[in-house]
Design a binder for this molecule. Sequence first.
Ligand code: 1PW
Length: 212
Amino acid sequence: MDGGAFSLREVLAAFQTCVTEEREVLLGPYLRGWRGLVRFLNGLGAIFSFISKDAVAKIQIMESYCGGERREEYRTLQSMVRYELSGGLVDLQRRSAHPDSGCRTVLRLHRALRWLQLFLEGLRTARQDASTSAICTDSYNASLAAYHPWVVRKAATVAFCALPSRDAFLEVMNVGGPDEAVEMLGDALPHIRDVYGITQELYAQHHLLDLP
Ligand code: 1PW
């Protein structure tokens, strides 16, 4: 995935390898998928680097856990939640002793993944002449926007206006022609939906969906 021609196909494939037979989510491929998404986002223009900056910061936090002393505990989302909750390593009310827990950091990426899922789904099913900005704005408003203050929502909406046309966008994915790109999305999206669904259920089970 690093170096060489960049294709969104490989990025989305990372999410495919996230889920184990026991339906656990592996953090390694999850973060690799995110790294690729960020690269893709940056390829869309400088205006998107402000959006990707926060995602990069969060990916880095998680990578340091995954490469750190307790890396075994951070192998899967499930082991991370178990480890951090049982060790009292998560701020549940307000950010204080553990402002950058893995649980709260992944929650932000998880919410953003929902946006990505809705956006790619919209892109896949839209008419050829549809506006990507509108698809992006609609999917953002239906997901991540609820968690952002006004000024971030405003800046994000301005950035979306710079998105290229649907065909140009599909081309940036570097998967082949528009038809191939649409087919690839059809293959990849169920896996992203799966990862999102497992994470959502895990977080709901442990009452972690509103972590500060
Ligand atoms: C073309 C579609 C691409 C989808 C890629 C998703 C990238 C999402 C990054 C959005 C970031 C907007 C600016 C940052 C806001 C942060 O305050 C917020 N972070 C996220 C990821 O929503 C909350 O993090 P915080 O402040 O609680 O640490």
